[in-house]
Design a protein around this ligand. Structure first.
Ligand code: CTP
Length: 381
């Protein structure tokens, strides 16, 4: 949001910095802002049309469209009048209407003359905004409009970008996470494979939630499900391809939700097997054990294994101990509403010391959220 102050010219450079940081930027400006800068400047920098009017826009409902679209809203410069409107929930023009319509976090960069900044009304409004969860950056001291000097100068664009990054940082920011998901397919011949019932939903939910919490996520998956836009997706098919992909990735936490085949046809046929040749004898050989290779790494990451069981939790507890993982997510796949292809799951979490937490039947996304809470706590975040 660009509102009517001389610092509006700095909002153009701010837009450029945001674009360079890989963000998509859309600008709305008030009528007063037009006195200082034109919409063409912002449209050229951002590659998006600029919204200047609540009623004369290509969007049917500009304030709600923009408000819903944004991951964060920056008001730069924020005039004293804008802060007052925002503090009182007024919505008579595009900037304040969008601010009222958004649920995204809001950052304001006030800019005004010292007298206005120090006025009790402005102070009151700012207190209200801070209570409402608005982040305030600046103002700084220096040259103001009309040759004046003092406090009230808009924060520099670099400072605003840094504050935005801080505001948006999640609890997992900076953590490198690798997730495996889906069931592997081991070729019998060019058309047939040995597979399993894993849908990849649990692993994808774990990757998506980690990205949402700020982690740098790589997802090695056998499914073509969509993933959170910040997730780096590597698609594979077989256990070998999954092992090769995992081996190349350095990470701090590895969550192995994939259902990896333990055995594969030793010598898959190059041509399709024919019915007329009779039932084939398929010799199997072991696949690489991905989890063990990760566990054997020098400086190994924090490892979360999965244990899909059909004969009760005891086998999972024994498996967790044998594999030495930091956490094991165990589930009884035959239980109604849990395990493969469902949107819900009932899991038990087995800690490295053998302690077990039984979690209720909840959505897979919630299982993922709970899991990341535990991991974040264990990693001191
Ligand atoms: N796993 C793996 N590589 C394999 C097989 C399994 O990395 N070749 C991982 C899975 O992603 C899971 C964990 O190991 O996180 C346990 O998988 P599971 O199949 O339950 O364990 P197994 O050791 O194969 O035990 P069992 O077949 O006896 O149940």
């Amino acid at each position: 949001m660009v509102t009517g102050g001389v610092a509006a010219y700095k909002a153009a450079y701010l837009s450029r910095l945001l674009i360079e940081a890989g963000e998509e930027v859309r600008v709305a400006m008030t009528v007063e802002a037009h006195n200082f800068i034109g919409p063409t400047t912002f449209a050229s920098i951002t590659g998006n049309p600029v919204v200047t009017d609540l009623f004369e826009s290509d969007l049917t409902s500009p304030h709600t469209d923009l408000g819903r679209w944004a991951d964060a809203v920056i008001v730069a410069p924020a005039t004293a009048a804008t802060l007052a409107r925002l503090a009182h929930g007024l919505s008579e023009e595009v900037a304040s209407a969008t601010l009222l319509a958004t649920q995204a976090p809001v950052l304001v960069a006030p800019a005004m003359h010292t007298e206005m900044w120090e006025h009790p009304a402005t102070k009151r409004n700012l207190e209200v905004l801070q209570r409402d969860g608005v982040t305030v950056v600046g103002p700084g001291e220096g040259a103001l409009a009309g040759g004046d000097q003092g406090i009230g100068r808009m924060a520099e664009p670099e400072e605003i970008v840094a504050a935005l990054e801080k505001m948006l940082a999640g609890p997992l920011t900076g953590l490198r996470v690798l997730v495996t998901a889906g069931g592997t397919r081991e070729a019998i011949d060019p058309v047939r494979f040995i597979g399993n019932r894993s849908s990849g939903k649990m692993g994808h939910a774990i990757a998506d939630v980690a990205a949402h919490l700020g982690a740098e996520v790589t997802l090695v998956t056998t499914t073509d499900r969509p993933a959170h836009r910040q997730v780096d997706v590597i698609r594979v098919e077989s256990a070998q391809e999954m092992a090769d992909a995992v081996e190349k990735i350095e990470s701090d936490v590895v969550v192995m939700a994939a259902a990896v085949a333990d055995f594969r046809p030793a010598d898959p046929a190059i041509k399709k097997l024919r019915r007329t040749d009779g039932p084939p004898q398929i010799e199997l050989e072991p696949t690489p054990d991905i989890l063990s290779s990760v566990m054997a790494r020098e400086n190994r990451p924090f490892v979360v294994g999965f244990a899909a069981e059909t004969e009760g939790i005891d086998r999972a507890i024994e498996k967790a101990k044998r594999k030495g993982t930091d956490l094991t997510v165990a589930n009884e796949v035959t239980e109604a509403g849990a395990g493969f292809a469902h949107d819900t799951n009932r899991v038990s979490l087995i800690h490295a010391d053998g302690g077990v937490e039984h979690w209720p039947l909840v959505a897979k996304v919630e299982v993922a959220e709970r899991l990341w809470n535990v991991i974040a706590e264990k990693r001191g975040r």
